[in-house]
Design a protein around this ligand. Structure first.
Ligand SMILES: Nc1ncnc2c1ncn2[C@@H]1O[C@H](COP(=O)(O)OP(=O)(O)O)[C@@H](O)[C@H]1O
Ligand SMILES: [Mg+2]
Length: 234
């Protein structure tokens, strides 16, 4: 579904991504892990079309998306929930969700989607008329994910969805990701929460200094001891 080959991205003189190749197949939950500054967000930003690539290719469903606008990439079915959860704080939960459904013109479909959303995110039904900015961090993260799902993406990309959340809320977010995957979503997940990510991912890429250092199944990564080396700074 998604093929990234030899991706290179630079911010001015800084090369943030040197050489990243990765693949996400339909129905998979693929994780990108790596320490702070490894180049995970930059990789996602290139996929989303919000940063320019220096070289390399990105194909989504066989079509090159390098150079396409973020709107065009979203329309093709790639939805990215960024690290900073960009919900609209001065709009209600209802209005935020409605923005996510912008591409769905049929009101009946919209209502059906809302019903589904409330099953996955019961708290959003309770908070339906509240302003986005008044929600807790965990609720805002749920709203950001729910809003993306309203657009029925083919590929859901999540950048550190558990960042800064209390442990109990982190549990909820991880079980939500598992639920989404079980329901058939294809997911590319960036996480720093390595152990929990290895518990749920189908395949994992470990990025270090802008390069894919190791890739494999969670079991393969665990057995190599590679994770420890990188995270203990060896
Ligand atoms: N907008 C930017 N301008 C300049 N350098 C950046 C910018 N964003 C990220 N970087 C740098 O690029 C590298 C990779 O960052 P990033 O992709 O955010 O890593 P990660 O998401 O893995 O923490 C880091 O060295 C970071 O400082
Ligand atoms: Mg990041």
């Amino acid at each position: 579904m998604l093929h990234v080959e030899n991706l290179k991205v630079r911010y001015g003189a800084i090369t943030a991504v040197h050489d990243v190749s990765l693949e996400v197949k339909e129905g998979e939950l693929v994780a990108l892990i790596g320490v702070n500054g490894a180049g995970k967000t930059t990789t996602l930003s290139a996929i989303a079309g919000v940063v320019k690539t220096v070289s390399g290719s990105i194909y989504f469903e066989g079509q090159s998306i390098v150079g396409k606008s973020p709107e065009a990439i979203l329309k093709l079915g790639v939805a990215v929930v960024p690290e900073q959860r960009d919900i609209f704080p001065s709009l209600t939960v209802e209005e935020n969700l409605h923005m996510g459904a912008f591409s769905r013109h049929n009101h009946r479909e919209y209502l059906a989607d809302l019903k589904e959303t409330f099953i996955l995110f019961p708290i959003l039904e309770e908070r339906f008329q509240q302003l986005g900015g008044t929600l807790s961090g965990g609720e805002q993260q749920q709203l950001a994910i729910a809003r993306s799902i309203m657009a029925h993406p083919k590929l859901l990309v999540l950048d550190e969805p558990s960042l800064g959340l209390a442990p109990k809320i982190v549990d909820q977010i991880f079980s939500l990701i598992v639920t989404l995957r079980t329901r058939g979503s294809t997911i590319l997940l960036v996480e720093q929460n390595v152990n929990r990510t290895l518990d749920i991912a189908d395949r994992v890429y470990l990025i270090n200094n802008g390069r894919v250092e190791i890739q494999g199944t969670p079991d393969q990564l665990r057995s190599q001891g590679a994770i420890k080396d990188i995270y203990l700074g060896k």
